[in-house]
Design a protein around this ligand. Sequence first.
Ligand code: ADP
Length: 260
Amino acid sequence: MAMNLEVRGISFRYGSITALDGVDLTVDAGEIVSIVGPNGSGKTTLLKCIDNILRPKSGVALIMGNDINKLSLKEISKTIGYVPQTSVRTIFPFTVFDLVLMGRKPYISWEVSKRDRRIVAETLDFLGISELAMRYVSELSGGEQQKVLLARALAQEPRVLLMDEPTSNLDIKHQLEVLSITKQMVKEKSLAVVMAIHDLNLACRFSDRIAMLKRGKLFAVGTPEEVLTEANIKEVYEVEVKVFKDDGRGYPYIVPLSAA
Ligand code: ADP
């Protein structure tokens, strides 16, 4: 399988705080890799280093084999889509169509083409939100806004999609919906997805692999079954959990018991 993203030995410091310490990670086309770990373990910093928002002290991120530091901003935005966290108070004074059209910015040379408009319309259709096209983003629910942000990133036609807590402000139905759509999209478009996510059960259910961070270091990486063990969760989160093995669901289930 093609390797879309490779992170090699990335370290990053904010002043004297080491946020990432020699992190390695590869993500193939068609794969969802979730980044888990407690608050402050480096998840957001890792996404920002991959997106070239932060420049690592050492190490590199390679996108389709190219060092991201050597790509132009335009090339970066054609290959990497970033889906930010939504907050209920997010103010976007744009219609859904216009916000998603902004995803086409790296492709628009002079004026918006028919092709740009067609891609936006197709993306809205793909996410099942065509009927929202002329609504103001600021007037939508959190779940709808999250889909719009996903649509904007998809309209970029990226190879790698970075998602920062895509479910944090959503109710359980919309959490499942956004992650199911993401999964379908990843398979259909052969994207590589790196997703920071807090909910370990959702991570289990929707990820091909999980990377677990502890204080900026990669503590474990592998399938959900391999990584989300009672011992690893206790060591990294300082919480006692019971992990119920896969009994036909296709993924294990984690129930918190108490802080260790
Ligand atoms: P996570 O996303 O897992 O919660 P972060 O990547 O946000 O973790 O943070 C990793 C570490 O870097 C934490 O110790 C945090 O306090 C620190 N940190 C994050 N952002 C900044 C910043 N802008 N300035 C200083 N320290 C920061």
